[in-house]
Write a protein that binds this ligand. Structure first.
Ligand SMILES: NC(=O)c1ccc[n+]([C@@H]2O[C@H](COP(=O)([O-])OP(=O)(O)OC[C@H]3O[C@@H](n4cnc5c(N)ncnc54)[C@H](OP(=O)(O)O)[C@@H]3O)[C@@H](O)[C@H]2O)c1
Length: 246
């Protein structure tokens, strides 16, 4: 089908869209008439649930198995998303993992996982996506407020990876200005997902606004960055954490 530019459905690829923040982003963009592709690694059931929900309301959603720790899988995910949806308007790089431990005894395998998924995976997802994006597109990474807040003991390796994402976005944005593609980073504070299960009460005490983010709070910020009103925002990080202090 051929669409006039104003009618053509926009397209979005969400790395890590099966649960939590990524699932809320996929649903929100679908509500805004994006056709979406989302990746998952361990929960095909959850990925299917998100896609079924979207297609049940008349939208288009495609689930793609792709481990963000695997460079070839990232490239395949971009190829499959564009095969199914066409060139991409919005890419959200949300896939991430949390591993905790003291600097004195941090497990080296956990360190490798954090570096591979939270840093290399973000870099390679951004790199692979740029070639498949329309000019004027939006790239949005999901970092963390731990990049700028003191955080908590045991979080040093995770915080390091999220600081790397904030740094990547600042300068990658400059590379893409000739194509009017913006690159921004959202830094959620504690958010009610599987990642914070069992920690909510402890975390709430550290949030001056006295509540955790819901995944929808982060989806709202993605919606803003993906919209017309944000076309001049690039290379920046936006923190959404209720004023978190430790
Ligand atoms: N929750 C928080 O408090 C919080 C705060 C700040 C920042 N963040 C960041 O927000 C992002 C999402 O967090 P969340 O709380 O929604 O986490 P979550 O509930 O644990 O969900 C993680 C999502 O990422 C996917 N994922 C994980 N590892 C992956 C990999 N190797 N390859 C591809 N996909 C992978 C998961 O897929 P499967 O379902 O297939 O496993 C799932 O869709 C992460 O980058 C996290 O660091 C979270």
């Amino acid at each position: 089908m051929t669409y006039a530019a104003s009618e053509r459905p926009r397209t979005a690829l969400i790395f890590g869209g099966s649960r939590g923040i990524g699932a809320a982003i996929a649903k929100r963009l679908a509500e805004e008439r994006f056709s979406v592709a989302l990746t998952y690694v361990s929960r095909p059931d959850k990925a299917r649930e998100v896609c079924d929900g979207i297609s049940g309301t008349g939208g288009t959603a495609v689930a793609i198995h792709a481990d963000s720790g695997d460079p070839a899988a990232i490239r395949r995910a971009v190829a499959e998303a564009t095969d199914q949806l066409g060139l991409l308007d919005v890419v959200v790089i949300n896939a991430g993992v949390l591993r905790l431990g003291s600097i004195e005894s941090f497990n080296p395998d956990d360190l490798d996982l954090l570096l591979n998924v939270n840093i290399r995976g973000v870099f390679l997802a951004m790199q692979a996506s740029t070639a498949a994006m329309r000019d004027g597109g939006r790239i949005i990474t999901i970092g963390s407020n731990t990049a700028i807040r003191t955080g908590a003991a045991g979080g040093s390796a995770y915080a390091m990876t999220k600081a790397a994402v904030a740094s990547l976005v600042k300068t990658a944005a400059l590379d893409l200005t000739p194509r009017q593609i913006t690159v921004n980073n959202l830094q959620p504070g504690p958010t009610a997902t599987d990642m914070t299960a069992g920690m909510a009460d402890w975390l709430k005490e550290r949030i001056p606004l006295r509540r955790l983010n819901s995944p929808d709070d982060i989806a709202s910020a993605v919606s803003f960055l993906a919209g017309n009103g944000a076309s001049l925002i690039t290379g920046t990080s936006i923190t959404i954490d209720g004023g978190y202090v430790l």
